[in-house]
Design a protein around this ligand. Structure first.
Ligand code: ARG
Ligand code: ZN
Length: 874
């Protein structure tokens, strides 16, 4: 039951065309698949035909139109085998019956709010019909969908609409869709339901008209306007930046309320979790708008990176996901502030991917084995995968990167490709050997780079000694050196530009560090400079560089690289927070120095880029500090340390904080643009620190803001500040907010999250209480993630209660959810991945909770896989 990369072999049969006839019915949907197949010349000559299935119910099967008798095939819910399949092209007709209403796994064909929809990636198509359900089987699909006209007036499929009409003498109607582009089964989709619509026409760069449409719950059409605008901008951007044009007459997006992930790039018919489509100032925050823009772009960009060029097998998942995340990050950076976006990317990378890399679930960007592929839609595959593409661009430069992408598309269009095909294109356009660089796909774990600087005043040289190492990870005890691009510069102590003459740097200021140790020397350096390393976070590594605090503050003040200005403040804050949390004496003067530097930064620079300033004045999170400490973690001590620091900084900076708070308020109507969002984020960061400095002031300001806010960003920010201040004011505010939005599930999700994150005793009881709330549902992934997922992932102190109640709670929920939706259960379970970092009491409580899951019979493969890897000995 373990699938291995090395075992890949081409399919014994190929599929050229698929005609699907789907008669939608709530409990008895009939599917007739007519499949044109032939033996694969590269397959085994006498192999049986084995089709994948999952919980299927076969009604009939025919070969070249002749019904097969039961001794001519073998069938079970999991597979359909024909031992003697023809040795020349043939047509197989398979009739299955499925029950979309009973489908709580949300894979295959299911219902959400009464509408029919599908999710086929990775292996959901086999829940619709028996098939060669693997991404290297690419076929041309024609889909006929039939449904009750009242029930499902809208019928959508992949590709272009070709025909529609009434089924004579009945209440039913049908639509036929044809997708001319060969595709793997995981990109199949259909939708049937009662839906509202917004649309516009897009003219591609070569002048073709495309009808764009977004379908949502009727009445919510106006909330899809922003997503539609983001789609249009994404299409234009991909033409401009990558020369990629859209290739069908229509592009449809459907928003559904029950969805396991963010969204899905089905050819011509993207299906989205509605939280990444619907937005209005009243219901969505600035962050929601930014996520919508990024995910709309991500799924659209898959049309070339994923669909036109797809993956040979699921080990190549990063080929489409890492590359597409890179593309959506570039899009957002171009649409917004590049440095601010880069910092946000790195914050998520560290919080999620570095954490994964240091956990029992660590795996390479291209894994070499899996039990359940759904468990590999991870931060490592997506986010670290994107970092690899970015490093490649950093190493070869912008022009060669674009030439390599062009060659990749040219060569691989219409094929199911591999990571080797991708790198091969860049090796060929540059003449470089990228085999060492390819190790980024194979070796797991976060490299640590240790750097020491030596200034020689007599020789006027400055030398940097580099050393790298990667800790052991599951299955990989010994590590090799990685090819690490280090973008760097030197900053003089007085802030002027220091000389950066060094022959080891390329024209873009990048040093390629690809041995275990190396040194580079700068000449003509008269006084000791401050090195600014990994500018723009040029590689996904941890840096150890012991700069004194004063030198960090030089970088905060003077570095030309915005990322490293932010990083300098974070590094100093992290130093103080870990010292405080470990009970090591942190010098008060250092805290004052940081607070003073932040105050003067605010006064001098905050208004140049308020979004950047908000990031600079925000301390590392409790989870960040826990990860930095890495072992024997005491979450209570971390919480106290961070509260104390917020208090100190808030007090020292009260004057500029109050001034910005007073002057940055919105004038005019709400706009989600990056500049306005940046002002709001700085103002709300000020509010948070003011409340930390003085709860009385904070409460008064927050209450006023909550009442007067004209948008969800400001309203939620003030409610969030109130949740840190116990008392009746808070409880009334929470109750009023819940009442006001009682009919807005996506807003109630935010409300669940805020409450689940309250770092006080009693929160677990609050969470179990909220599970009885009429809006909560254990079968809806968004509700479960916002209430229970947030408790486990965001609430460091309460999830990791020393008495183990947080762990036991999560274990019981995982078991309950596993019976309905294994993918969702497995996701929740990953909250335990930090368990080995905890101090011994918590560690043994967590281990007991994990073991209680592991010993349950009939676990899904999804949960079984995560729990066993989580418990594996190091
Ligand atoms: N390909 C989708 C995306 O990243 C994710 C779908 C994953 N779904 C799943 N069930 N594993 O855009
Ligand atoms: Zn994707």
């Amino acid at each position: 039951q373990i699938v291995r990369l090395e075992d890949y072999r081409p399919s014994d049969f190929l599929i050229d065309r698929v005609e699907l006839d789907v008669k939608l019915h709530p409990t008895e949907t009939k599917v007739v698949a007519t499949v044109a197949m032939r033996p694969n010349p590269e397959g085994r000559p006498d192999a049986p035909l084995v089709l994948d299935g999952d919980e299927l119910n076969l009604k009939a099967v025919a070969l070249n139109g002749r019904p097969l008798s039961t001794d001519e095939f073998e069938v079970s819910p999991q597979s359909l085998t024909i031992a003697q399949a023809p040795r020349q092209p043939f047509t197989l007709t398979i009739e299955t019956e499925i029950n979309p209403t009973a489908n709580t796994k949300l894979m295959g064909l299911y219902r959400s709010s009464g509408n029919y929809c599908t999710q086929c990636e990775a292996e959901g198509f086999r829940r619709i019909t028996y098939f060669l359900d693997r991404p290297d089987i690419m076929a041309v699909y024609t889909t006929r969908i039939e449904a009750d006209r009242e029930d499902a007036p809208v019928l959508l499929g992949n590709g272009n609409p070709v025909e529609s009409g009434t089924v004579d003498g009945s209440d039913r109607h049908f639509a036929v869709w044809h997708d001319p582009h060969p595709k793997p089964s995981y990109l199949f989709a259909l939708v049937g339901g009662r839906l509202g619509r917004v649309s516009k026409t897009f003219t591609t760069m070569s002048g073709r008209a495309v009808d764009l449409a977004i379908y949502v719950e009727p009445g919510k059409e106006s909330r899809a306007d922003y997503a539609l605008d983001a789609l249009e901008r994404s299409m234009r951007w991909d033409e401009k930046v990558f020369g990629r044009e859209y290739d069908l007459d229509v592009f449809n997006i459907v928003a559904v309320s029950d969805f396991n992930m963010g969204a899905m790039e089905n050819k011509g018919l993207n299906i989205f979790n509605d939280k990444y489509v619907l937005a209005s100032p009243e219901t969505a925050t600035d962050m929601d708008y930014a996520h919508i823009e990024a995910i709309i772009a991500h799924e659209y960009f898959h049309n070339w990176t994923g669909n036109r060029v797809t993956c040979r097998d699921w080990f190549q998942l990063c080929l489409k996901e890492g590359l597409t995340v890179f593309r959506d990050q570039e899009f957002s950076s171009d649409e917004r502030s590049r440095p601010v976006h880069r910092i946000a990317e790195v914050k998520t990378l560290r919080a999620r991917q570095f954490l994964e890399d240091s956990s029992p679930l660590a795996h390479p960007v291209r894994p070499t084995q899996y039990r359940e592929i759904n468990n590999f839609y991870t931060a490592t595959v997506y986010e670290k995968g994107a970092e690899i593409v970015r490093m490649l661009k950093t190493i070869i430069g912008e022009a060669d990167f674009r030439r390599g992408m062009d060659l990749y598309f040219e060569r691989c269009d219409g094929t199911a490709a591999t990571v080797e095909d991708f790198l091969g294109a860049f090796a060929d356009v540059t003449g470089r050997d990228l085999s060492h660089f390819a190790r980024w796909y194979e070796q797991s774990g976060t490299p640590r780079v240790t750097v020491k600087g030596h200034h020689d005043p007599d020789a006027k040289t400055f030398r940097l000694d580099f050393e790298q190492g990667t800790p052991p990870t599951p299955g990989q005890p010994k590590k090799d050196a990685m090819a690490i691009p280090v973008a760097l510069g030197l900053v003089a102590q007085d802030g002027t530009l220091a000389n950066t003459a060094c022959e080891r740097l390329d024209s873009r200021g990048v040093f390629l560090f690809d041995k275990l140790t190396d040194s580079i020397t700068f000449t003509d350096v008269t006084s000791r400079p401050v090195p600014s390393l990994f500018r723009g976070f040029s590689a996904p590594v941890k840096l150890s560089l012991d700069l004194p605090n004063e030198e960090l503050l030089v970088l905060l003040r003077h570095d030309t690289d915005a990322f490293n200005r932010w990083q300098a403040a974070q590094t100093m804050a992290m130093r103080l927070l870990t010292a405080l949390a470990k009970g090591i004496h942190a010098d008060d003067r250092d805290i004052d120095a940081l607070a003073g530097a932040l105050c003067s930064f605010m006064a001098r620079d905050a208004l140049d880029d308020p979004a950047f300033a908000a990031l600079v004045v925000t301390l590392p999170s409790e989870a960040d500090v826990a990860q930095e400490i890495g072992q024997d973690v005491d979450p209570d001590a971390i919480h106290r340390a961070r509260s104390q620091m917020r208090h100190r900084i808030g007090r020292s900076c009260a004057e500029p904080l109050q001034r910005f708070y007073d002057t940055l308020s919105d004038s005019g109507p709400y706009s989600p643009d990056a500049a306005s969002a940046g002002r709001r984020s700085l103002r709300n960061a000020c509010l948070d620190l003011l409340a930390a400095a003085d709860p009385g002031t904070g409460e008064a300001l927050a209450v006023r803001q909550l009442e007067s806010a004209s948008n969800m960003t400001d309203r939620l920010a003030s409610l969030s500040v109130l949740t840190t201040l116990p008392g009746s004011v808070r409880e009334e505010a929470i109750a009023r907010f819940g009442d006001r939005y009682r009919n807005e599930p996506l807003v109630l999700d935010k409300w669940f999250t805020l409450q689940a994150a309250i770092p006080e005793d009693g929160t677990l009881e609050r969470v179990t209480g909220l599970m009885q709330h009429p809006a909560f549902s254990i079968s809806n992934p968004n509700r479960v993630r916002s209430l229970i997922g947030s408790f486990a992932m965001l609430n460091q102190v309460q999830f990791n209660r020393a008495d183990g109640a947080g762990y036991r709670f999560l274990a019981s929920i995982v078991l309950r959810v596993d019976e309905l939706n294994p993918q969702l259960a497995a996701r929740l379970l990953t909250a335990f991945s930090t368990w080995r970092m905890m101090e011994s009491t918590r560690r043994s409580q967590a281990e007991q909770a994990l073991r209680s899951i592991a010993q349950k019979p009939n676990l899904s493969r999804d949960v079984g896989d995560i729990v066993s890897r989580s418990l594996e000995e190091e």
